[in-house]
Design a protein around this ligand. Structure first.
Ligand code: SF4
Length: 911
């Protein structure tokens, strides 16, 4: 058994992972108990990583115009395509659109090629969509994009405020650390500020269901309150800050009293007062914020309104306090560091600063350097649409799904002269539009570094051989650079060589003038780089090989091997004056108000077990089981008013587009609002790309789109038949007017619906479900009066597929059918059950999966609670193992327990 320490590729928590490979090459994954981000914990996504590393669906060879070619051919075509366009139309006619999934080394090389050698700043990243407002706010306040806190601060705080952050699902290990911290320290208070009552509210001492978009008013109100109650840290604000008077005056003008704040934020006066009092009295406060703040047309201002409150009280740079933006992707921070955003230079230097441009150009010895910011994501694809950008290279991301006005982005790419896409998968909505496809290495195959939300650099290490002809992104980009004539500047042999150059650049002419300094990591040997333990920047002291490889021994250890835990404890900031800046914030409402045609508000986000556009998490049966279908959460009152039933299909429409998804009635949703997840795309469903609906309205400072506030209407979607289909084989269902698919254990699931009724269901089923020997093995039933058709096909005694069709949404439950696909032979009793649509034994239906790690269904949990009186999460864990691995389902377990306790007949079973 070989064990390799690496880092989870999903979210910005950056958990350490150990991949163990046995002598047969089988991989198992566990959390790294020594990694300071997670100390051994993993969430459901991290725990299921081993299910995502197969080669199914991978892009393994370069292709040009749909034909497999050798690397030389493909790279020559990319280089000559870019060069020709640059020669004819100038450097700004080409663009790169990259990803927070890239390693820092990949990002560095891409940025160097574009900004230092092509001479344009047209390189932007999908991180623009998730945290560029946080970057802009930090830069306004601190003069640098510096996250001041560490995860340890959460455990040492007295109050943790979570704003617009469903931490339980989006940063689950941070949430787990908070749960533990609360258990160990009952005085720790948690306040959740979120329009939805999310799973994170499970640990909240207080939930403020704020009116969407009104966060700046709430924090302006807090600043006024702090002033009114004498909470200013006079020493800190007098000596280390500027701009207080104007910021405070603006806050007092826009949020003069608790009553006004409560009214504008649609909150109870008592709750607002309680929150303000709690914040005022808790010296150790960490405020965590993420997409709920950032994805707004005024996201930068909202983040600054939060930072203002921390500056006013001097709660920054010390243990247990600070404004803490947590990032969405594994290496969103690394991208920020190497200049992956179009408006930044490498190493946190500014593109508008001529001195910084000189430093970078000198260091790179480059012929040119971009002299002004490039196109941010939305503008970049607009420029493609307008044919100003004629070549775009998309690396490791899927803008046809994730960009606002996604259909417009798709149309722009369809007419673009040259589209190059580097990816690990052979089919994505974006890759399908590429002229040149370049196969990249995936997690487990590639090697380099990532930086997590607390500035901690960790190694991602390879433990799998490169498959087919896939190559690392830094190599691919360097080879293109070489073919464009810049070979001597991109002559890297290993990722360690790239990292070394980057580390030396952070130190070059720095002298303490810039926050990002990795001089302590410059000049590492290959062996030191390979062995490097997780460490937080800045880091200016060189270390021995032994110290470098030695991780922090405990969450509270502070020594030089841990790097720098906190910034700004010395009161020195990176603004021209060296002082932190208060920013006067005038709250603005969301850019597009709801109205008569589009009266409801659409909010988008993640679900517990999926990641981005599902290219990785969609491969895992475990992850694909919890949420199997795209959905819209809608409040029951709205559903009643709109004649929408639970689990029925609905059409969600905006000014920009429409989609069809399954309605879920959810009281945790505010009336008048919908929540739809971001993950589904054309590979997994028909018409379920939610960003087709969202308008491309951006924050004027950060360029981040307003994903959290899109006016829509919703109506029932009427089909002429409804059904579901389970099949061992992956199918093509292009004829259904609605379908989605998810992977189960040894099967694919397809909820379906259609408007065209086939003349002969039996014939249609055969066309759909088999390619050969289609006349044998069928057990079927058709009732013309009820318009029900049921069929199962058995091959060699095994269940191959089954199909259930009816005239409405009332279809048999199907969770119990899935285990039948694991059986070698289907019994007679099971054959009858297949047609009747009921399990042969009533208890066989486990219900929808709640605990993905151990496959525990809702019905099983309810039965345990009702029949055996199990009354706690711990009890369910002891009886069924549910919630005992990653813990991601614990909020749902609590929800089920609570629901059961409140059943009218609960007393019967002894609670
Ligand atoms: Fe990966 Fe989960 Fe950790 Fe995020 S919280 S890094 S998804 S294991």
């Amino acid at each position: 058994m070989k064990e390799i320490k690496t880092t989870c590729p999903y979210c910005g928590v950056g958990c350490g992972v150990i991949a163990a490979i046995d002598s047969n090459g089988a991989v198992t994954i566990k959390g790294d108990a020594e990694h300071p981000a997670n100390f051994g914990r993993l969430c459901s996504k991290g725990a299921a990583l081993a299910e995502t590393i197969d080669l199914d669906g991978r892009l393994l060879y370069p292709e040009v115009n749909g034909q497999r070619v050798g690397w030389d051919n493909a790279l020559d075509k990319v280089a000559s395509g870019l060069t020709d366009i640059i020669q004819q139309h100038g450097p700004d006619a080409v663009a790169f659109y990259v990803s927070g999934q890239l390693l820092t080394e990949d990002y560095y090389v891409a940025n160097k090629l574009m900004k230092g050698f092509i001479g344009s700043a047209n390189i932007d990243t999908n991180s623009r969509l998730c945290m560029s407002s946080a970057v802009a706010a930090y830069k306004r306040a601190f003069g640098s994009d510096s996250v001041p806190c560490s995860y340890e601060d959460l455990e040492r705080a007295k109050l943790v405020v979570l704003v617009g952050s469903n931490t339980a699902w989006c940063h689950p290990v941070i949430y787990q650390r908070l749960v533990r911290a609360k258990q160990e320290n009952p005085d720790l208070q948690v306040v959740v500020i979120d329009p939805r009552r999310t799973a994170t509210c499970d640990i909240a001492d207080m939930h403020l269901p704020i009116k969407p978009g009104s966060d700046a008013t709430l924090f302006n109100g807090l600043l006024s309150y702090l002033a009114q109650h004498g909470e200013r840290n006079v020493l800190f604000t007098d000596n280390y800050c500027e701009g207080l008077e104007t910021a405070l005056r603006t806050a007092q003008y826009t949020a003069p009293s608790i009553d006004v704040v409560a009214e504008q934020c649609a909150l109870d006066v008592e709750d607002v007062e309680k929150f303000f009092r709690l914040f005022a009295r808790s010296e150790r406060v960490v405020t965590i914020y993420s997409q709920g703040i950032n994805q707004s047309s005024s996201g930068t201002d909202k983040a600054n309104a939060i930072i203002n409150c921390h500056l006013y009280t001097g709660r920054i740079g010390r243990i247990g306090m600070g404004p803490f933006s947590v990032t969405g992707q594994a290496n969103a921070m690394g991208g920020r560091e190497v200049g992956g955003l179009a408006n930044q230079l490498v190493a946190h230097m500014d593109i508008e600063n001529p001195g910084h441009r000189d430093i970078v150009q000198q260091f790179w010895r480059s012929p040119t350097i971009a002299s002004q910011g490039g196109l941010k994501a939305v503008d970049l694809f607009r420029a493609v649409e307008e044919e100003k950008v004629k070549a775009v290279w998309v690396i490791g991301t899927n803008p046809v799904v994730s960009m606002p006005e996604a259909d417009r982005v798709k149309a722009a790419l369809q007419k673009c002269e040259l589209v190059v896409v580097s990816d690990v998968m052979a089919r994505t909505d974006t890759l399908d539009l590429a002229h040149i496809k370049l196969p990249a290495l995936a997690w487990g195959e590639k090697s380099g570094t990532v930086t997590n939300s607390e500035r901690r650099i960790s190694r991602q290490r390879d433990f799998l051989a490169a498959p087919g002809e896939a190559r690392s992104d830094w190599w691919i980009i360097s080879e293109v650079a070489r073919r464009m004539g810049f070979g001597e500047h991109f002559d890297y042999a290993t990722p360690a060589a790239v990292f070394d150059e980057y580390a030396r650049l952070t130190a070059y002419k720095n002298n303490g003038s810039r926050d990002l300094n990795l001089s302590g990591l410059a000049g590492l040997t290959e062996a030191d780089y390979d062995a490097m333990a997780p460490i937080q920047w800045p880091l200016t002291t060189s270390m021995s090989s032994a110290a470098l490889a030695h991780p922090c021994a405990s969450p509270i250890e502070i020594n030089r091997t841990c790097g720098t835990q906190r910034l700004f404890g010395d009161g020195k900031f990176f603004t021209p004056s060296g002082k932190a800046q208060f920013v006067a914030v005038t709250p603005r409402p969301p850019a597009m108000p709801t109205g008569e045609s589009y009266p409801m508000l659409l909010n988008t986000g993640r679900v517990r077990d999926h990641w981005h556009t599902m290219t990785r998490s969609g491969k895992s049966p475990r992850l694909a089981t919890h949420t199997q279908e795209p959905f819209a959460d809608i409040h029951p009152e709205d559903a009643r008013r709109l004649d929408i039933g639970e689990n029925t299909l609905v059409s969600v429409n905006s000014e920009k587009g429409k989609m069809v998804v399954r309605a879920r009635l959810n009281e945790k949703q505010q009336p008048g609002s919908l929540f739809v997840p971001i993950h589904w795309n054309d590979q997994f469903s028909h018409t379920a790309r939610v960003d087709v609906l969202v308008g491309a309205i951006t924050d004027p400072l950060s360029g981040q789109p307003e994903f959290k506030h899109c006016p829509v209407n919703v109506e029932p979607y009427h089909a002429n038949w409804y059904g579901f289909l389970l099949s061992r084989r992956e199918l093509s269902l292009e004829n259904a007017s609605y379908w989605s698919k998810s992977r189960g254990k040894g099967l694919w699931r397809y909820p379906i619906a259609g408007r065209n009724v086939p003349d002969d269901w039996a014939q249609r089923a055969r066309q759909l479900l088999c390619t050969e020997h289609c006349d044998v093995g069928w057990t079927e039933y058709f009732d013309a009066a009820t318009r029900c058709y049921r069929a199962a096909r058995l091959v060699n005694g095994q269940l191959e597929s089954c199909l259930y069709i009816g005239p409405n949404h009332e279809l048999p439950a199907h969770d119990w059918l899935e285990p039948l696909f694991s059986k070698d032979v289907i019994s007679d009793q099971e054959r009858i059950a297949l047609l009747s649509g009921r399990p042969p034994v009533a208890s066989d239906d486990a219900g929808p999966t709640v605990c993905a790690c151990f496959g525990v269904g809702r019905n099983t949990l309810v039965k345990k609670i009702r029949e055996e009186g199990v009354a706690s999460v711990e009890g369910l864990g002891a009886a069924l193992k549910a919630g005992t691995n990653c813990g991601s389902c614990i909020p749902e377990l609590k929800g089920i327990l609570e629901q059961e306790f409140h059943r009218p007949d609960a007393a019967k079973w002894g609670t």
